[in-house]
Design a protein around this ligand. Structure first.
Ligand SMILES: CC(C)(COP(=O)(O)OP(=O)(O)OC[C@H]1O[C@@H](n2cnc3c(N)ncnc32)[C@H](O)[C@@H]1OP(=O)(O)O)[C@@H](O)C(=O)NCCC(=O)NCCS
Length: 193
């Protein structure tokens, strides 16, 4: 397996880059944190799962309809992995993509997730030329909802019992933003490589 150092977007403090095998330990640490996993599909995340995930992502390609691509979020200064954000190109309508995001607990509350999502939106609209970005959030996930609204996404729907989370049906909000609605603002992507 050949790894590349591909960079997809940069922001003031962050680089959205391809995952590397050297990220496995940090990735596993935050995915295994029960607080980080609270509103996510996984629980009790194992090291071997992190290993398989990172190895798969390190050679996967973004924008393949019907698949998710995970971007590593790294501090530009140190290249340290602090979280990830993801892009799901819809199979039936590839001009619409879904996004997701996760930060390690130590790096939350510093504006890094908003900054990374601004960079991701820039990549999706400017580089990939997509029409619309959507995201789903568990209605109880206040931090995720705040982030989606902070980056300018609009609540488009309340989907009843739409997702099975840890043995329980949960409601989700659907958020969206159109290409025509995106404005550049502080902290958005400075460059795309
Ligand atoms: C959802 C999640 C990514 C949000 O992370 P976050 O750090 O709260 O989000 P932001 O980057 O927008 O940071 C905003 C916070 O940083 C603070 N902040 C500090 N410095 C800042 C700066 N320079 N710029 C902007 N905000 C800053 C803000 O005041 C705000 O604080 P508050 O939460 O006390 O109001 C995070 O909670 C997470 O990873 N959760 C677990 C995974 C998850 O549930 N993902 C969603 C499902 S896909």
């Amino acid at each position: 397996m050949k790894e590349t150092n591909q960079v997809f977007a940069t922001t003031n403090r962050l680089t959205l880059r391809r995952f590397h095998v050297s990220d496995i330990e940090s990735f596993h640490l935050y995915r295994a944190d029960p607080e980080v996993a609270k509103f996510q599909s996984w629980q009790d995340y194992q090291y071997h799962e992190a290993e398989a995930f990172v190895k798969n992502q390190s050679t996967h390609h973004p924008d393949l309809p019907g698949t998710w691509f995970q971007f590593a979020i790294a501090l530009t200064e140190t290249n340290q992995l602090i979280g990830d954000c993801a892009l799901h190109t819809l199979l039936d309508e590839p001009r619409i993509v879904e996004i997701g995001f996760t930060l390690s607990k130590d790096h939350q509350g510093k504006g890094y997730a908003s900054e990374a999502v601004h960079g991701l939106l820039h990549y999706i609209f400017k580089t990939l030329g997509k029409h619309k970005v959507i995201a789903f959030s568990d209605v109880r996930n206040d931090k995720s909802i705040a982030l989606l609204e902070r980056v300018g996404m609009r609540r488009e729907g309340h989907l009843m019992q739409n997702y099975m989370c840890k043995g329980q049906w949960v409601d989700e909000y659907q958020y969206a933003i159109l290409k025509s609605e995106v404005h550049r603002r502080d902290g958005s992507a400075d460059s795309i490589t």
